[in-house]
Each structure stands twice: as structure tokens, then as C-alpha cells.
Design a protein around this ligand. Sequence first.
Ligand code: NAI
Length: 273
Amino acid sequence: MYNLLKGKKGIIFGALDERSIAWKVAERAHEEGAEFVLTNMPAAVRMGQLNELAEQTGSEIVAANATSVEDIENLMTRTKEIFGGKIDFILHSIGMSMNVRKGRKYTDVDYNYFLKTVDISALSFHKVMQLAMKQDVMNDWGSIVALTYSAAQRVFPNYNDMAEAKAMLESVARSFGYHFGEKKKVRVNTVSQSPTETTAGSKVDSFGNFVAYADAMSPLGNASAVDCANYCLALFSDLTKYVTMQNLYHDGGFSSTGMSEEAMVKVGEGILK
Ligand code: NAI
């Protein structure tokens, strides 16, 4: 351990169970000396698993639906009370599509679900930053990270309306990153992660094939959730103070690879068809 986040305080959204990327971020941030508030939807908090993580990391839990301005307002107020002051980092690790959950195809989406997807998975990021700015929660030179996927740039047919949500999420990071940078020197970035076996990830149709294909196509292989957590920590640390408004790929090289030898061999062997 490097004490990379010693003295830093933050908010971590989106730890559901131990497979969650946010869960790994919380564990690693704790090991690196950070203190943080854990937050998730009231229903997810009621499930109780988050208590384990809170105990393990000495954290408090504040329930908040990330689509509710009121809930986020309360979360920011409570966080300031808990720490007796401002914070240094926020992780937004939230995604959900009812169209994916209900098996609606992209060409046959339900538009109420579509709006919910965008609200939960993208607009929530704007809401979090707007409230953090209004309530002056962030210390100067703080860092805010959201998790995204490269379906924002390229087509992955089963990713459905989450592709549009991720494109908006990345755009919000750029736009808000400009304003937060000007005002408070706070940096805002998105991390574009490899497919990862989590609750949200495995809702994508044929997810196992998706993971295997990405792994074969990435010179370094798929990045794990723990490695993603490590990258987020680096972005929360003072070692990345001038990185902002970026979409940063954490995908073992997948996004820059047209074809890999491994994938070609597997196609030849009939393993990948
Ligand atoms: P996860 O299912 O463990 O986490 C998703 C979280 O979003 C859950 O904790 C859930 O309770 C929370 N959430 C859903 N609706 C919410 C709401 N209204 N308010 C507050 N929280 C809400 O899955 P995972 O994979 O850890 O997802 C975290 C982030 O990583 C998501 O943004 C996801 O799109 C992104 N990501 C995941 C990849 C994967 O293959 N698993 C790949 C690239 C990005």
C-alpha cells in the first residue's frame, strides 16, 4: 500500500455487492487511507450487504436515489456533517436500463424506460455535480470519476439504450469538468472499463461471449474490477492533478485494436464465430 489517499475524504456511489466495481474502489480506497461515505438506492441499502462494506471500511451509509435532487441534496449535507467539512473525491458507479432488464431490443425500446435509463445512468452524474457545486462540497483540486463503456463510441448491439446513456455521461463529464475546473480546480473524468462480471454487467445479453470476445481482442486481456479500482484511485490521488475532461480507457488495449492474433486464431479454430 502507498498511502496514496491518506487524509482524503469522498463519496462512493454504487457498491451493491462484492462484485461491484464501486465495492473494490471502496476496499482499495480504505487500504490507501481514504475515508468516505457509501451511498446507494434505499432499496439496495435495505438489502443489507452494504453494511459489511461499511463495517470493513469504517464508513457511514447514506441512502440516496441518484435521480432525486432532494436525496442528493441530503447526501451532500450529511456528508459535510459526517466529515465536519469538505471532501476530495466522488465516484459515480451507477448504471441501469429497464429496456435491457426487460429484454426489449434496441429497435423496439420502450421510451419511458429509455428516459429512465438516461436519468439513472447519465443525468444523475449532472445532478451529483450540480449539488456538489451548489453546496460547495468539494475541496479545491478534488477529483470526480464516473464509469463508462466504449459502446458510447462504437456499436455493441446488446448494449441497447445504455450506449446513448454512456455517450451523454461522457459529455456531461467534459462539460461539467470545464465549469468545475474553472471554479474550483476540480477535475472530472470518465473511466471506460472492460466488460466485468457484475450485477449490472451480466444483465447484457450474451454477456459471457461479450467478455470472452473482449478478452481475446485485448492485448493485455480484460481489466479486472480491482484493477479498475486502482486506476480510479490514481485519478483521486494528487498524482493526476492536471488530468480532466477526459474519457480514459481502462480496457487492456481493446478500444485501439482492430483485430488481434488471438481472436484470429480462435475464429480459425471455430471458437469465435
Ligand atoms: P453493479 O450492478 O454492481 O453497480 C451498479 C450500481 O448502480 C448498483 O449499486 C445499483 O444499486 C446502482 N444504481 C442503480 N440505480 C440507481 C439509482 N437510481 N440511484 C443510485 N444508485 C443506483 O455493476 P457495476 O458493473 O459495478 O457497475 C458500475 C458502473 O460501471 C456502471 O456505471 C456500469 O455501467 C459501469 N461499467 C460496467 C461494466 C461492466 O461490464 N460491468 C463495464 C464498463 C462500465
